[in-house]
Design a protein around this ligand. Sequence first.
Ligand SMILES: [Zn+2]
Ligand SMILES: [Zn+2]
Length: 442
Amino acid sequence: MMMQEEPKVTVGIVSAARLCFTLNGAYTIEEKVCEGRQEVELVDGAIQWQGKDYQELTFVPTTDHASFTLEDVTIGVNFHWERKEAQTFLGKLHFVVANDSICAINELPIETYLTSVISSEMNATSSLELLKAHAVISRSWLLAQIENRKAKVKATTASMCSCTKTETELTRWYDRDDHSLFDVCADDHCQRYQGITKATNIHVTEAIKQTRGEILMYNGTLCDARFSKCCGGVVEEFQYCWENIRKPYLTTLVDAPQDNAPSLDLTNEDNARQWIQTSEDVFCNTKEAKVLKQILNNYDQETQDFYRWTQIYTQDEIRSLIEEKCGMKLGKIIDLVPLSRGKSGRIYRLRIVGSERSFIIGKELEIRRTLSKTHLYSSAFIVEKTNNEDGIPQLFTIKGKGWGHGVGLCQIGAAVMGERRYNYNEILLHYYRGAEIVKLHK
Ligand SMILES: [Zn+2]
Ligand SMILES: [Zn+2]
């Protein structure tokens, strides 16, 4: 592959009928130089700026250091900590009209963007090798977004069905929808991006510099570098969580130094039951605070029992949860029966047996959402029913392993590998089998 110039990324920051911003330094627009506080407003479908109407407006910085500050940027959309904040960005500022509002888009070189997102996502105490592994993953993900959007602009036929529902079964998976006006948004939907509002972490800057331009490839194509919090000891394969296609570099493996495939076939129910109730010596089986703090954003508030976990529901609790989540009445819950498990033991088809009717749900995230007010840690679980009254269990104990879909890199495992002095390419090639690290741009 030819070494290319550093690509640019467009990021959707905010959209509103009226936007106020400050140009901290000289910017050019229509060959004029402009600085200081500005306002744009949507009037009769056009962007009004300084008394004139535009369909699009682009402010171009005259130096690398010029920045702009957007007021009232909503961060954490739909999260309980949603709030508005002024945020400062490097690069171009572009306004377009979209859905009865003005959308502010920031265009900047990808390495600058990555420094910002990894600084806000990763803990400052992370090992350099873990940060470097994450830098390569984020860069691969970002370039995939940029490529996808280019491909979509050309071909309009691509449509992916992610939901099939019959009288007796619902299969649904949740993959990200792509954006059409820009490559990525600034929220958690893509990656949280706050420009240079917060100081960048010097370790992250170093990790980006040392891996500049590097991405993961398999057979000449960009890898879909998925990752999750904790695989629970065995890594899952792509097709059990999302679309039914096999990605050879997202294969199952034991999260341990030996390059072994799982010795037990965990798609087998008896094997999976046995495995979920044992504890192995694997990378992500750790309670070390130094490691967990690198991955858990709210270490003090969050549980540390996710390598193995237990969730208990009463009959009333589980019945109303399922009724609400499935949007149908199943009666009293008699059983939860795993029908199909993926290679890490994660259930991707689950039969819910009710006193009035039964229903089958999948894939893993649908199961996790159905059996919890928020999300069950993972779908690698077994169910124990106790306190039977007239054939109706009054208590359901769900015992599980791992946190997240478990496909690709296991963040806790990777953090442990970083602490044990594995280097970033060993970490990446442990989780993405057969992939290679390629330098794409200068
Ligand atoms: Zn997004
Ligand atoms: Zn793991």
